[in-house]
Design a protein around this ligand. Structure first.
Ligand code: DX5
Ligand code: ZN
Length: 227
């Protein structure tokens, strides 16, 4: 699989969201990462289904909806109705992860499961057969612009080995502190989908940042064992 870039709109200009989305779409981004926070599971509040519905109207990119919320089962249908293509829940936010992943599957959208930096891969590995994507957080969720936590590379490697060994279809996404410096080690560890927020939207010219990252991913990607 080709490496994929998923710009996170968390660091975009929310008053000009349509423009920022159009810029990254035209520059070749593969999907749009949407961070949903509830002020309970994480110490921040962001957006809900109405905003996802508006975003759906301005882009053809798949919407990768990252739910950093407690009791996700309650809200998953609303995000699916709003136009989500992949819905990712946190293992730490669900009591019955197997049930939640099957529930997302029953709604005919992509199924994602995420783990915080300090949560071991072992917590979810038996459920990876139910998921299309494993999202490994490389910062503590809640805010953009944080520093990549290096030990998360070990977790990417561990998940990569397990997925390959069991021939699972689940892809590995990494989220948090991804920039031109941290992308290469994350690629080498075996991640395939890269979320980047501040590296793309902070400081202007998101289109150029997307092109730069895609170019870097291209030079790395085709030489790894995993793409
Ligand atoms: C953090 C979010 C991330 C965030 C990444 O809780 O899940 O998607 O937007 O932002 P950067 O790339 O700035 O670390
Ligand atoms: Zn995210």
């Amino acid at each position: 699989m080709k490496l994929q870039l998923a710009p996170s709109i968390l660091s975009a200009d929310f008053a000009a969201l349509g423009d920022d989305i159009r810029k990254v779409e035209e520059a070749g981004a593969h999907m749009l990462h949407i961070d949903v926070m509830d002020g309970h599971f994480v110490p921040n509040i962001t957006i809900g289904p109405p905003v996802v519905k508006s975003i759906r109207k301005v882009t053809k990119l798949p919407l990768d909806v990252h739910l950093m919320i407690s009791d996700p089962d309650k809200y998953i249908p609303a995000f699916v109705d709003a136009g989500a293509n992949i819905v990712t829940v946190h293992a730490e936010a669900t009591v019955h992860l197997d049930r939640t992943l099957n529930f997302i599957r029953s709604l005919n959208v992509g199924v994602g499961v995420s783990i915080n930096p300090a949560t071991p891969v072992a917590t979810v590995k038996h459920a990876l057969g139910l998921a299309d994507m494993l999202l490994i957080m490389s910062v503590n969720p809640g805010f953009g612009g944080q520093k990549f936590i290096p030990y998360c590379l070990d977790k990417i490697r561990e998940a990569r080995e397990f997925i390959d060994e069991h021939k699972l279809k689940c892809v590995i996404e990494v989220d948090g502190g991804i920039d031109m410096d941290t992308l290469p080690p994350a690629v080498r560890a075996g991640a395939q989908v890269f979320v980047a927020g501040s590296a793309i939207f902070a400081g202007g010219d998101p289109a150029r940042k997307v092109r730069d990252m895609l170019e870097l991913a291209g030079t790395l990607g085709y030489h790894t064992k995993y793409v």
